[in-house]
Design a binder for this molecule. Structure first.
Ligand code: GTP
Ligand code: MG
Length: 543
């Protein structure tokens, strides 16, 4: 961040000099220089705006995106669409700030107007459809369908569709193998997997559409996304975690101490949890019965954190709606801040998450697996434990970006999980307060373990894969030979030798000598009474 501000300051100084230089030139030359100057100015303004945008607080970013979503509509479109005609048609209701197209069960468009009045004007011009043989729930949402009478000429260019899904592991492996350095691979991985601007807008829009339903009961409520949709570690295709925020209801303008006062009569529940369950149960029913595009609604009210789970077809998102979950919002902000602290944090988290997914350490199905959230906290803890934990010199930075992943694997390949817990509040390992396989203290509710679900088998797989990957990275075998075979980080995504299934695939890629050496090494690395005999790994890892 500081570096980008520094760059901006330099640009301003350079521009000042150019302005003075232009004064003594021929008019024609001046025009050329002026246009160069204005181009440079525009570029500088853009950079300044970007820097200003990047320095905004987490809350300011969320607020801006929420507000944009409230001025947006989601429109299901026919397969062939004349973009210009479409935009002209909608512009009758006001200025359009931005729009984009994407595919999910057919073509869809997100259109953001510059004012909310446009949405009101648009809604006034729309009809509830007459459906044959069935009846429609007359709920006027901002989820619309575009009817285009007659066939459209195919001469017009088709709009560009924005990709909303991540590439497959095979595609990633190929893409990474074409890079020149492992540093570039990790950067490329982050850029390929991270949520796009459009995808984030769509997430906020889905929350806003849902708020319109919940708002029928609680007009002051807000539905906010949390988790990987906003913590900067989200991967394309990840779920949308939402929180029904009712805090606005408690805000009051009534002055205290004026004698008389009024309060609302309210229905009481046995506990805060019981009230949350009853609110979610009703909202869940409304989503199921009135929410256009919401399918497969399940109310999972007995979970530790009660939730309503559903699929939102027009966006293609799997959604989890919770309520009264302030801690989760705080955790999201904390991770967001960690992601900003150092440019190496996000690539490291993305690569560890991708590696874990490729080896089925994590899964989209709930169970005894390590979750992405736990993995992210583990990366943060590892970075806190590094010595020194502060930023190194620039010369070391590039080298370290590659080394960090190897050290992450060494660190957790040798971590005393049997007795120590991970505690990012203290930045130090602590004695485990209970005998669960993996103990990661919840940074906000410090008596809770965020990885209580993980069983010993899953943890052992994780540790074994960490050791194997650390070993592979220590060896030069996976260094680039040619771009047709996976190398570097791409090689780490190949099936593991420890699982057996991977031996063949590594052999196919001429890595057989490494495979047998790894197997031997892994055999020699078996933990003896909780103490590791890893050689170089243990020396580095526990700094
Ligand atoms: P994805 O796998 O990309 O969805 O990552 P995620 O970070 O969104 O994880 P997930 O959807 O499982 O959970 C959403 C958010 O809920 C997390 O980011 C955390 O803020 C919070 N969360 C998840 N698991 C726990 C837990 O065990 N304890 C606590 N306190 N919060 C959790
Ligand atoms: Mg999530």
């Amino acid at each position: 961040m500081a570096a980008s501000f520094g760059v901006c300051r330099l640009h301003f100084r350079a521009l000042g000099g150019l302005d003075k230089f232009c004064l003594g030139l021929e008019p024609q030359t001046q025009v050329r220089f002026t246009s160069t100057t204005s181009a440079l100015k525009a570029q500088t303004e853009k950079k300044t705006a970007k820097a200003a945008k990047e320095s905004r607080t987490f809350q300011a970013i969320q607020e801006e995106r929420k507000e944009e979503a409230e001025r947006s509509v989601l429109i299901s479109c026919p397969p062939k669409i004349n973009e210009k005609k479409f935009i002209d048609y909608l512009s009758k209701h006001g200025t359009i700030n931005k729009h984009f197209f994407y595919n999910s069960y057919g073509a869809n468009a997100v259109v953001e107007f510059s004012s909310r009045e446009s949405i009101a004007s648009l809604k006034e011009s729309i009809n509830i459809p007459a459906v044959e043989h069935e009846a429609a729930v007359p709920f006027k949402s901002r989820l619309l369908s575009l009817k285009w009478p007659g066939s459209q000429s195919s001469n017009h260019p088709m709009p560009k569709f924005k990709e909303q899904s991540p590439p497959s592991i095979n595609e990633i492996t190929q893409l990474l193998s074409e890079r020149d350095t492992m540093d570039e691979q990790l950067q490329c991985l982050t850029e390929t997997l991270q949520l796009t601007e459009e995808n984030i807008s769509l997430r906020f829009l889905v929350c806003s559409l849902l708020r319109d339903i919940a708002g029928a009961y609680f007009p002051e409520c807000i539905i906010r996304p949390f988790g990987s949709s906003v913590n900067s570690f989200g991967k394309l295709g990840c779920d949308v975690d939402m929180i029904l925020d009712l805090d606005g209801i408690y805000a009051t303008s009534q002055k205290k101490g004026s004698g008389l006062s009024l309060e609302y009569q309210v229905k009481r529940g046995a506990s805060e949890r019981a009230v949350t369950q009853s609110i979610l149960s009703v909202i869940g029913k409304c989503v199921d019965q009135f929410g256009p595009g919401c399918v497969g609604v399940q109310s999972i009210l007995q979970a530790r954190c009660p939730l309503v789970r559903f699929a939102h077809q027009p966006s293609g998102f799997q959604c989890d709606l919770t309520a009264n979950n302030r801690v989760a919002m705080k955790s999201s902000e904390l991770l967001f801040l960690y992601g900003k602290l150092d440019p190496r944090v996000r690539p490291l988290v993305f690569s560890v998450r991708c590696w874990a997914r490729a080896h089925s350490i994590t899964s989209s199905i709930p169970g005894a697996w390590i979750t992405n959230f736990s993995l992210t906290v583990m990366v943060v803890f590892f970075l806190q434990q590094r010595n020194p934990p502060i930023l190194p010199t620039l010369d070391r930075l590039k080298e370290l970006a590659e080394k960090l992943l190897q050290e992450f694997f060494e660190f957790y390949g040798n971590f005393p999980f049997n007795k120590a817990s991970i505690n990012i509040r203290k930045g130090k390992e602590q004695t485990k307060p209970e005998m669960t396989a993996l103990y990661i203290q919840n940074p906000f509710e410090t008596t809770l373990n965020i990885s209580k679900n993980v069983n010993a088998t899953q943890l052992e797989r994780f540790v074994a894969l960490c050791r194997e990957s650390a070993w592979l990275l220590q060896q030069k075998e996976i260094l680039k030979q040619s771009s047709d075979s996976p190398w570097g980080f791409a090689a780490l995504l190949l099936p593991s030798v420890t699982s057996g299934a991977g031996v063949k695939s590594r052999r196919k890629r001429k890595l057989e000598p490494a495979s047998s050496r790894i197997k031997n090494l892994l055999d020699s690395l078996k933990i003896k009474g909780g103490e590791t005999v890893a050689k170089k790994g243990s020396a580095n890892a526990r700094r």
